[in-house]
Ligand binder design. Structure first.
Ligand code: HEC
Ligand code: HEC
Length: 266
């Protein structure tokens, strides 16, 4: 009797362990915040790389664009015979070390635009804390290169937790409370101060209710990031009115949610 119960308990525990294992193997979802990690003065390169990998696949939203092929250069795998990013970062701009180049890529992405690509990369230092930025740099360096990021690169005054977003932009809180609900994002961005959507809002700018029949998600994303990229026919006189700041306010996951939501408005 006792032996049978023990067997059942064993099977149940075994099953639970298996499911936990499977659950842990499922890749992290975009918006999932990486585990808290405190980067003290003694942080090792290995810890930085591990934290950076979580930022890269999680809160940083880098995989929205990178690693999918056409939209952005491969970072973790070879790009046009130049190797992964850690191997090519030191050769991109004369006089810039790998670390300097990677920081510039995240802080001022349009300073050097990789040929063959559009300048659509958001300013990451506005969305991520310095600890998150420097750990993601360490992670990128580890992809085929040597990691030379250390605790001294991370400003002492910065929050040391890699989970707090928005620290890089002057300590502001996350845009739209970090929500990826397109309606909340539209509300926070004030799109309807100019546009109409499903009967709500103003008529200064094109009605977005059927914008998906004119533009795909790619085109909408581009328009939000760089309103000057394509002016809507018939609205030439109003070109330049649409604010250019959305790309720096929203994080990549929010931008993607908004673009997909509008593209579905056929
Ligand atoms: C909205 C799309 C998008 C997102 C999100 C994005 N990037 Fe980019 N990124 C690009 C594009 C496009 C380029 C190439 C054009 C350029 O240089 O600006 C690029 C270039 C880069 C480069 C230079 C690559 C090279 O070969 O020299 C690095 C490094 C980089 N991104 C890192 C990141 C990291 C890290 C994140 C996340 C924190 C990220 N990117 C998020 C689109 C994106
Ligand atoms: C201050 C007014 C204003 C605000 C705020 C504004 N836009 Fe616009 N938008 C315009 C104007 C004017 C146009 C048409 C002229 C042009 O293409 O630049 C436009 C065009 C567009 C287009 C192209 C429409 C089409 O039919 O091709 C999209 C998509 C768009 N806006 C999305 C947005 C989103 C999303 C937001 C909020 C994040 C937003 N806009 C906020 C003024 C605004």
């Amino acid at each position: 009797m006792w032996a049978t119960n023990a067997k059942i308990v064993g099977i149940v525990l075994g099953t639970l362990a298996l499911y936990t294992l499977i659950a842990n193997k499922i890749p992290q979802v975009q918006s999932e915040v990486p585990q808290a990690l405190t980067l003290g003065a003694n942080v090792t390169p290995e810890q930085l790389v591990a934290a950076g990998q979580k930022v890269y696949t999680g809160i940083g939203g880098c995989t929205t664009c990178h690693g999918l092929g056409e939209r952005a250069p491969n970072l973790l795998t070879d790009e046009k015979g130049q190797g992964p990013i850690g191997a090519r970062c030191g050769k991109r701009e004369p006089g810039k070390t790998c670390k300097q180049y990677l920081y510039e890529s995240l802080d001022n992405p349009t300073a050097f635009v990789v040929s063959g690509y559009q300048p659509i990369m958001p300013v990451m230092t506005k969305q991520l804390s310095p600890a998150q930025v420097w750990s993601v740099i360490a992670f990128l360096e580890s992809q085929g290169g040597a990691v030379d990021v250390s605790a001294s690169d991370i400003p002492a005054s910065s929050p040391t937790s890699t989970t707090s977003p928005g620290g890089g932009g002057g300590g502001g809180t996350a845009f739209a409370g970090g929500s990826t609900d397109p309606k909340v994002i539209i509300q926070a961005a004030g799109c309807l101060a100019c546009h109409k959507l499903e009967g709500q809002g103003q008529v200064i700018a094109p009605d977005l209710t059927h914008v998906g029949s004119r533009r795909d998600a790619e085109s909408i994303r581009k328009k939000i990031l760089d309103p000057a990229s394509s002016v809507t026919k018939g609205y030439e006189k109003l070109a330049g009115i649409m604010p250019k700041s959305f790309g720096t306010m929203m994080n990549a996951a929010q931008l993607e949610a908004l673009a997909q939501y509008l593209a579905a408005h056929k």
